[in-house]
Ligand binder design. Sequence first.
Ligand code: URA
Length: 250
Amino acid sequence: MGTALPPALPVAEGLALGEKRFADLAQLYAALHGDSAPRPGFSDRIVPGRGPEHAALFLLGEQPGDREDRAGQAFVGPAGRLLEQCMRDAALDPAALFLTNAVKRFKFEPRGKRRIHQRPNAGDVAHYRWWLGQEIRIVQPRVVVALGVTALHALIGARLPLKNVRGRVRGWDERTLLATIHPSYLLRLRPDGGYEEERAAFVLDLRRGPGRRPSSADHQSAGRIWDAKPQPRSALSSARAMRPAASPMP
Ligand code: URA
């Protein structure tokens, strides 16, 4: 890890990045399996992150989906496949990345034989935040990429409209943080609904994250975003208006 950066985006309370409790990820996940009772509406299975124990890049999603819950591995369903293609297009080596989720279990509503994804709420995110902090502490990434607003919320402790922060690297803890869309957002776009443009912008974001350290301008603008909180409702609703109506962007 490089030189410490001044704080820009805050570290969410409860992330406990400095608290050394586990020697490695195997210990951490064993404890998570044993200690953390599922909240109502969640699968009883924990889905651990995947990738090397120490990785320069840490990609954070929202929560495992149905496929991930069945496979016991993060990002192995359609969103994960698309993410891997985009990472390749961004010239990132998937073998050098750690992929995990803010929430460690699949939240769903049973509908017949199907399990319909439910977005985790602030309490769900807070419930798993300490564990996420332990994961980051062990993996020691240089760059953390938040895929979508729930991941960003888990890291900084607030739901910022993604358009305010997307695609610019920021100082965060002693690392850098990049927020971008979640790949499942792309899966919901039609070819004639801007899919190619959005996909290209996502690939560009992924290229930027690992390649550039935050400048002092990034720190200043991160400060401005943060000072502006709480976000006016109009900002929140215009961010929502950018999302497809059928299912919210995680
Ligand atoms: N979406 C996520 O956020 N994480 C996964 O593991 C799969 C889909």
